[in-house]
Design a protein around this ligand. Structure first.
Ligand SMILES: [Zn+2]
Ligand SMILES: [Zn+2]
Length: 134
């Protein structure tokens, strides 16, 4: 079982006013394990936030990555809803100066060539290396 998830679950039940014994029973843990977890992560070590998708309260452990969503389900739902918007912001359309191919580049505003190949080709053409024989 994920340790972090377990701690958050304990804190959740603790907030509801559950005692050590009841939490232990609920989560199939020993009372001493519950007590240990609670003393280790005092209430001020747990930060509460609001799920970006459903608005439900979320809890994160201080010093660890802050939870933005209450569950994976909400994370996926949010990303699916905002996928188009996210893509629009992140992708830029370009036309390759060497071969004329239209391409999309992620987060790069100033790309001129569709790839390394065209970049090298355009350089060698400029220098006349490929047309040395005339
Ligand atoms: Zn949620
Ligand atoms: Zn190209």
């Amino acid at each position: 079982m994920n340790n972090e998830m377990q701690i958050l679950k304990i804190m959740e039940l603790r907030k509801k006013g559950y005692g050590y014994k009841r939490i232990a029973k609920e989560l199939d843990m020993t009372v001493s394990a519950v007590r240990y977890a609670i003393t280790k992560y005092e209430e001020d070590e747990v930060l509460s936030g609001v799920c970006k998708h459903c608005g439900q309260e979320t809890m994160s452990i201080k010093g660890r990555k802050r939870k933005v969503f209450c569950s994976d389900k909400c994370r996926w739902a949010w990303w699916n809803n905002n996928k188009e918007q996210v893509n629009k912001q992140a992708y830029y359309k370009h036309v390759c100066k060497n071969c004329g191919t239209e391409f999309k580049a992620y987060g790069a505003k100033h790309r001129i060539y569709c790839g390394q190949k065209c970049y090298i080709e355009s350089k060698t053409n400029k220098n006349g290396d490929t047309h040395a024989e005339k």
